[in-house]
Design a protein around this ligand. Sequence first.
Ligand SMILES: Cc1cc2nc3c(=O)[nH]c(=O)nc-3n(C[C@H](O)[C@H](O)[C@H](O)COP(=O)(O)O)c2cc1C
Ligand SMILES: Nc1ncnc2c1ncn2[C@@H]1O[C@H](COP(=O)(O)OP(=O)(O)OP(=O)(O)O)[C@@H](O)[C@H]1O
Length: 248
Amino acid sequence: MTAMLCPVWRDTVAAGLGPCVVTLGVFDGVHRGHARLIGEAVGIGRARGLPTVLVTFDPHPARVVGPPRCTDALSSVERRAELAGELGVDAVCVLSFTRELAGMSPLDFVARILAGRLRAAAVVVGGNFTFGHRGEGTPETLRRLGRDYGFTTHPVDLLPLVSSTHVRSCLRAGDVAGAARALGRPHRVEGVLADGRLRVEPGTALPAPGVYRGRLTCGDEVLVEVDAEGVAVRTSRTGATGLDFLSG
Ligand SMILES: Cc1cc2nc3c(=O)[nH]c(=O)nc-3n(C[C@H](O)[C@H](O)[C@H](O)COP(=O)(O)O)c2cc1C
Ligand SMILES: Nc1ncnc2c1ncn2[C@@H]1O[C@H](COP(=O)(O)OP(=O)(O)OP(=O)(O)O)[C@@H](O)[C@H]1O
């Protein structure tokens, strides 16, 4: 499939952005639950004739605040934007998740960012979404504040058993088929091939050590071995590529 062009804005929005539909969250991996949320946002945008903006956080909030947990990346921000674009999103806005952002109250976040910067006319979140200092804001908080700040709030029922955490634990167990079921497509890692090894960004979510069948972006099916050092790929190709994990 050809990648849809989806602009990525970092801590800013396009000049002259008018009212828009916003969907909010980390969206790591853009799994089937995220796709449900994005579908709802895009549907509202089309019905109202407004652009849809996906707002995401980088780095993962759990790397900055809260109890430590695995945040190995299922996707880069650029890959998230590519997948969101394929689902009809018009632009991705990346908010740097700093301690300063983490300290903002739900009211400040709504007033300064959602209403002030993004001019949100509608906000779509999953039923379990939290935001603001100590994660005190909920979809109900958004609904209440939205009445004052001029946006509607649309909480979406969670697709059961699908989360980025679940995909990460499938991968840790070497269950690339389970990861693909939750994602709606095979898990992809991106990197640079040289001398039969794929160099990936530190912090990339890899399946457990073992041998897998994979497919490079060029279409070649390849044997892949994940080991303590990283990823060995049986190919003579070199250069930047994606690698989809097809089966274990
Ligand atoms: C303005 C703002 C402040 C936040 N402050 C905290 C915080 O103090 N502690 C915390 O654990 N998470 C905090 N978060 C993270 C959220 O609870 C949540 O993880 C994040 O919005 C991503 O939502 P999602 O996990 O549903 O994608 C904050 C988020 C936002 C947007
Ligand atoms: N299964 C799901 N169905 C529908 N919406 C979801 C689902 N999982 C998450 N969302 C929503 O998608 C947005 C992004 O959520 P987030 O990236 O935290 O997903 P997550 O899969 O729960 O991640 P993690 O497992 O790392 O906490 C949030 O608004 C969240 O409520």
